[in-house]
Write a protein that binds this ligand. Structure first.
Ligand code: MN
Ligand code: MN
Length: 306
């Protein structure tokens, strides 16, 4: 049998990355392409585990890198520095994504679906609908979980009317109370006790480089910012270690209160001046009211000031 096409999202996988890769596999199979396999590039977080446990499903298999010529489908990302090691020499057949297109190039033609929605699973939901393929409970729960996660239960400014419509319909198919299930799912992701500070700053970290400035924006969700700040000293120590190790110019950790939709940021590095163009840091910190989205709020705030 021909080698399977691997489907995966970004490193430091979140719920959208894991669920969308699993849903894309299901969608391919329902279309008759069974030679596909969802995989992951990192550990499954607690929020995602909550969704998988709800469905009594196993997480996709972990892979470290892709071999030259490996056929792949990318979901929930396109930037090579967020993708599998070896992606430059893989054969990218398709991308389904809701991020900016950046540091991306292929030698061969491909399918590329980019829609500026709040979640990759909203795009996949539309694919099911447009292709007239029935959505079963399993993929409905997976897609609903991804949308809840990426849009913080439709409260993030990244949310579009398409996400809202998809989530309502998926909740109906899945037979779940979206608000109750959604809050339980998000809360499961805020249990940070088992993580060391080193793990916390890496859990959901995205790296990017702009005009030669190396940045990291990491994010953790919580229901109590003060709880997380009890660990500030140790968090800063680990951030400084990571800065020294990777030559990072600016490391921003956003501690996001999912109930009140605010973020406390801790910013370190030799380019904190970039942050201070927007907000004054006190003790390396600032509270950003109404800020919950890295993509729509934090990233532009950093990038536009470099
Ligand atoms: Mn993601
Ligand atoms: Mn996403």
């Amino acid at each position: 049998m021909e080698e399977k096409t691997l489907i995966f999202g970004h490193k430091n996988p979140d719920t959208d990355t894991i669920c969308s890769s699993m849903v894309k596999q299901i969608l391919c199979e329902k279309e008759g392409n069974t030679n596909v396999k969802a995989v992951r590039l990192g550990n499954v977080n607690k929020e995602t585990k909550y969704a998988l446990d709800y469905l009594q499903m196993e997480a996709p298999e972990f892979i470290e890198k892709v071999e030259e010529g490996q056929k792949v489908i990318l979901v929930d990302h396109n930037e090579f520095n967020q993708s599998a090691d070896g992606i430059e020499n893989a054969n990218i057949l398709e991308v389904v994504d809701h991020h900016r297109i950046c540091n991306f190039q292929t030698t061969d033609p491909l399918y590329y679906t980019a829609r500026p929605f709040g979640c990759t699973s909203t795009i996949l939901y539309q694919e099911f609908v447009e292709k007239g393929i029935e959505i079963a409970k399993t993929e409905a729960v997976l897609m609903a979980s991804a949308i809840i996660s990426d849009t913080l239960l439709l409260k993030s400014p990244t949310t579009t009317k398409f996400d809202e419509k998809a989530l309502v319909e998926l909740g109906r198919i899945a037979g779940i109370d979206i608000n109750k299930y959604g809050l339980d799912l998000l809360k499961a992701g805020t249990d940070l006790d088992d993580f060391s500070e080193k793990e916390l700053i890496d859990l959901d970290a995205k790296k990017f480089e702009s005009k030669g400035v190396k940045c990291v924006i990491a994010q953790v969700n919580t229901v109590s910012i003060p709880d997380v700040l009890k660990r500030k000293e140790k968090l800063e120590e680990e951030m400084n270690n990571a800065i020294a190790e990777n030559g990072t110019d600016l490391f921003v950790l956003a501690i996001t209160d999912i109930l009140n939709s605010n973020s406390q940021i801790i910013a370190l590095g030799n380019r904190v001046d970039i942050i201070e163009k927007t907000v004054k840091l006190e003790d390396n910190m600032a509270l950003l009211e109404g800020v919950v989205s890295r993509k729509k709020q934090l990233l532009p705030m950093v990038e536009n000031n470099i």
